[in-house]
Design a protein around this ligand. Structure first.
Ligand SMILES: [Mn+2]
Length: 325
């Protein structure tokens, strides 16, 4: 690992042990990595008898209901109450859901720590410490190293399970190419600390509701391929979501299923959100493509193989094609 990373790891560990009061922020529309990593940090710092507040601007999806401590997530916080902030897996400032308050914290010279594995972004300037590695599968891997540095004996089965959720979800259930030796080594260590892998896979991979299957059916029916460009797309409107009795969260996994087909160099799923936006998820299983470039053209971002964007508007299906209005 890079020497600067190791140095920052020590500095962050030092800061966490010497200070007593932290606001932890998971990104909005949270995934398993931000939820698991932030929750693990929350449970761990609470065991160290620190004052910790855990926040995520969006509700935590029901699928994560099996995690103990999940109810500790709050959707908002009081500005004046905290001395330092830890951003976990946030990717960029907008995704924190609290850009303005974080900029104010910065002006008040409060300490902001950024723990992440996303590409460099606008948080880097704002944060005092950037504990970032691009070589890891997930932010949870970084948090595991940090907690080990602080006091490994405090990692109990609940904390280990939360961290394993991060590794598991960001690697698509240990299937993406980011599932390397280091990732599996950390996963093995988490298992020996009591992490419950079966509980995770049952809740996050196995479980599909009737509404979810109905919605997937619509998404799969709407698939179109452009052979020249090697792009496979599908769309879901709010009407589709309502007709299936489903929720937006139920679409998680559809785009991965699309990108696994040999015809799809790139897979893209666009769906309407209830607040008048169109969210796009992009995936590729091929080294030849970098979907984060495509996502950033549309004001979004992410990783080479998985990224997304959000734009104002709605989807209009016309003559077998789709337009954005
Ligand atoms: Mn992540």
């Amino acid at each position: 690992m890079h020497p600067t990373y190791q140095k920052t790891l020590s500095r962050v560990a030092d800061f966490l042990s010497k200070n007593d009061d932290f606001l932890l922020i998971a990104h909005d529309h949270p995934d398993g990595d931000t939820i698991g990593s932030a929750l693990a940090l929350y449970l761990f710092l609470s065991k160290m008898a620190k004052k910790v507040f855990l926040v995520c601007a969006s509700p935590v999806p029901e699928a994560f209901g099996f995690l103990s401590g999940r109810l500790s997530f709050q959707q908002d916080f009081l500005f004046g109450d905290y001395q330092s902030v830890v951003l976990v897996d946030n990717g960029d400032l907008k995704r924190t859901g609290f850009s303005d308050r974080l900029k104010k914290y910065r002006r008040q010279k409060k300490t902001i720590i950024n723990i992440d594995h996303h590409p460099q972004n606008d948080i880097w300037k704002l944060a005092n410490l950037n504990l970032v590695s691009h070589q890891v599968s997930s932010t949870a891997e970084i948090v595991y190293e940090l907690l080990t540095r602080l006091n490994k004996s405090l990692i109990d089965p609940d904390i280990a399970t939360a961290l394993l959720v991060g590794l598991y979800t960001d690697t698509g259930g240990f299937q993406h190419p980011t599932t390397d030796r280091q990732c599996l080594l950390v996963a093995a260590k988490l298992l020996s600390l009591g992490a419950k892998l079966k509980l995770i896979s049952e809740n996050l991979s196995g479980r599909r509701s009737f509404a979810m299957l109905k919605l997937w059916g619509i998404a799969l029916k709407n698939i179109k391929t452009n052979k020249e460009l090697g792009i496979m797309t599908s769309v879901i409107t709010q009407k589709n979501i309502i007709a299936a009795g489903a929720a937006e969260d139920d679409l998680a996994g559809v785009v991965n299923m699309m990108s696994a087909t040999p015809e799809a160099g790139i897979a893209m799923l666009m769906y309407e959100t209830s607040d008048g936006n169109i969210r796009g998820s992009l995936r590729t299983d091929s080294d030849k493509h970098d979907v984060s470039i495509l996502a950033s053209c549309l004001g979004g971002g992410g990783h080479k193989r998985a990224s997304g964007f959000s734009i104002k508007g709605r989807l209009v299906v016309k003559d077998g094609g789709v337009e954005i209005e």
